[in-house]
Design a protein around this ligand. Structure first.
Ligand code: ADP
Length: 394
């Protein structure tokens, strides 16, 4: 059976999925990951029916880095019978100023993507590592890069510029926006589920351990809360969201912190984790009676409301608001509190539908339709990969 492999490689985890390509489209067959790379490596994978296919722990010095994890995952994937690998689709965080859509990778494209490493130093090198490895081992298997930035490509300059000297924009210091594969999937799903709403003014809130919002007009991104990096916008699990750059100057100039220490602070120690001192996980915060946990949740909800207001201004009003990703899909109380903050825009929640996790969670009289739509970035990558594969063989 022909199959596509979808790869999402980070510094501490390597996620992968196998999709069978059938006459009717794509069928997910395997969902797996190696987590705890370099600390407590563990390979886990499940089949389409949820059955555990593998659950194996490794010594930290055996799977000490991403290349080692890729080798372990590859060895395990090769034991799967009945699949013929036709292509590999990769999540690549940065498509830089150039890539507006997924691209078939060759040596020249890989060089271009590597040149964006300075724009996303924590993510891009990890995203490119499995591409290089697969290219070396099996250059005949086509590989496709799918970007988190691409969906936001084409924002006019007044939207994606910073008020900085021109030369910085020209060298790539722009507001790119991220989570694009998630927004693209949700936009497609909304078109299927509620075509009229999808044609209107929509805010999608991707609330996971990373969090952002995107303003859609007729299914196209017109604004995002994220900017040059995935640090901007909403407070996240371990990232602060919008921060006065003066704070960074203070940390470096007055407190004498090195750029590396500040970077670690902003990516790994801030956000809900830093503010609460309890956890980066919304479930822990909601369950805690520590006042700082409550503060972190209040801050998150407040900033979601503020950012929704900003995007509503960009859209000139809103017709629908969509919740997605870990917090958005699973936490009825957080959805309820964010919806309360949208009341001034005409949103009214249906608490029963919200508690039940229904697709439409607004009251019939609500002037803003509220939706809950689970995201599926891997399926989006598989679709793009299949589409490019078919143009190549057409
Ligand atoms: P990512 O893909 O960015 O790692 P997810 O979209 O999977 O993140 O979201 C993970 C986050 O979702 C967790 O850190 C947790 O805070 C949150 N989450 C998951 N389930 C719940 C729940 N039932 N209630 C509140 N938060 C939840």
């Amino acid at each position: 059976m022909d199959a596509l492999l979808v790869v999402n490689a980070g510094s501490s985890s390597l996620k992968f999925q196998v999709f069978a390509t059938t006459d009717t489209g794509l069928e997910r067959r395997v969902r797996g990951q190696i987590g705890g790379i370099g600390t407590r490596p563990r390979l886990q994978a499940k089949g389409a029916d949820g059955a555990v296919l593998v659950d194996r722990s490794y010594d930290a010095d055996v799977v000490r880095d991403l290349p080692a994890a890729i080798a372990v995952a590859r060895d395990w994937l090769l034991t799967l019978e009945g699949f013929t690998l036709r292509a590999i689709g990769h999540r690549v965080v940065h498509g830089g100023p150039d890539f507006a859509e997924p691209v078939l990778i060759d040596a020249a494209v890989l060089d271009r993507l590597a040149s964006y490493q300075d724009l996303a130093p924590l993510h891009q090198p990890n995203n490119l590592a499995p591409i290089r490895q697969a290219m070396a081992i099996n250059p005949d298997v086509p590989q496709v890069a799918c970007f988190d930035t691409a969906f936001h490509h084409g924002h006019p300059e007044q939207v994606n510029c910073y008020a900085m000297p021109r030369s910085f924009y020209d060298e790539g210091v722009r507001r790119y926006g991220f989570h694009g594969l998630s927004y693209e999937y949700v936009a497609e799903r909304l078109r299927e589920l509620a075509p009229e709403a999808a044609r209107g003014r929509v805010i999608v809130a991707h609330l996971g351990s990373g969090a952002s919002m995107c303003a859609l007009r007729n299914g196209h991104s017109i604004e995002s809360t994220m900017g040059f990096t995935a640090l901007d916008g909403l407070p996240m699990g371990t990232r602060p969201g919008q921060l006065d750059p003066g704070v960074v100057l203070y940390l470096i100039l007055q407190r004498g912190m090195s750029a590396q220490v500040v970077s670690d602070l902003l990516y790994h120690e801030a956000g809900l984790k830093g503010l609460s001192g309890v956890s980066n996980d919304m479930r822990d915060l909601l369950a805690s009676d520590d006042p700082h946990a409550k503060l972190a949740v209040d801050h998150f909800v407040y900033r979601c409301g503020l950012n929704a207001g900003m995007l509503a201004a960009a859209l000139g009003g809103i017709d629908a608001f969509v919740f997605t990703a870990g917090v958005g899909e699973n936490s009825a109380p957080i959805r309820a509190r964010i919806a309360e903050g949208l009341a001034w825009l005409g949103a009214e929640l249906d608490p029963t539908a919200n508690d039940a996790g229904a697709m439409l969670i607004s009251a019939p009289a609500s002037r803003v339709a509220l939706y809950l739509i689970p995201t599926d970035e891997e399926l989006m990558i598989a679709r793009h990969t299949l589409a490019l594969l078919r143009t190549r063989t057409a």
